[in-house]
Ligand binder design. Structure first.
Ligand code: ZN
Length: 210
């Protein structure tokens, strides 16, 4: 597996192109407003985007789901309890977006443990509520990589004071992620990469994080 990281608008989001080199198939994790850049990168590498995966339903992460799906015919996946946010995002203006994202429907309603094959690469869905009710991470056990969305950042976690968020659930989700192998590379929705082993604080949360 090869991962290309693109830092794209609207909020310095990390959009990931996850490539299975053998089959030349790829997935995008959280396109944000990066569809154009992602399509150019995929074309330059000669890979086909077959899946678009959202770590959660916040509009900064999902903004270009529709355009990217239209351009590629890729299947769109989001954790089932965050799927309502796609329709909601299309109706609401956000200060960080030039316009509401076009309406888009999910093809894959992900659940805990749902496997998404990208050629020979398998991304397994881990439900990590807390930032939103349907936040999830995508884990490639074979390569030891976790796409952590806005659940786990280097040195911190996503906010838990907005609609659908829960400090108590965030605490439980982080403690669950702490059980992954310490060498696991963590690729978050914003900011630099880290590893589970560097984020020792997540195993030892004495109170709900806010
Ligand atoms: Zn978010």
């Amino acid at each position: 597996m090869r991962v290309e990281t693109l830092v794209v608008p609207p909020l310095d989001n990390n959009a990931y192109l996850v490539i299975d080199e053998a089959s030349e198939q790829a997935a995008v994790v959280d396109p944000a407003l990066g569809a154009k850049d992602l399509l150019a990168k995929a074309e330059s590498l000669g890979v086909q985007i077959v899946a678009i995966l959202n770590t959660h339903g916040h509009a900064d992460h999902t903004a270009d789901d529709g355009p990217l799906k239209s351009a590629t015919g890729a299947k769109l996946g989001i954790f089932e309890v965050d799927a309502y946010r796609l329709a909601r995002n299309a109706k609401e203006s956000r200060w960080f977006l030039p316009a509401p994202p076009p309406p888009v429907t999910a093809d894959l309603l992900l659940k805990e443990g749902t496997s998404v094959p990208i050629g020979g690469v398998t991304l397994v869905t881990i439900h990590t509520p807390g930032h939103t009710e349907g936040s999830c991470c995508f884990y490639d056990a074979a390569d030891g990589v976790l796409f952590s969305g806005d659940t786990l950042f280097a040195g911190s976690c996503g906010r838990t004071d907005t609609l659908g968020a829960s400090p108590a659930k965030m605490k439980a989700s982080l403690q669950h992620l702490a059980e992954l192998p310490p060498e696991t590379r963590v690729l978050p929705g914003h900011g630099p990469a880290t590893t589970i082993g560097k984020e020792t604080w997540i195993a030892d949360l004495a109170y709900p994080v806010v």
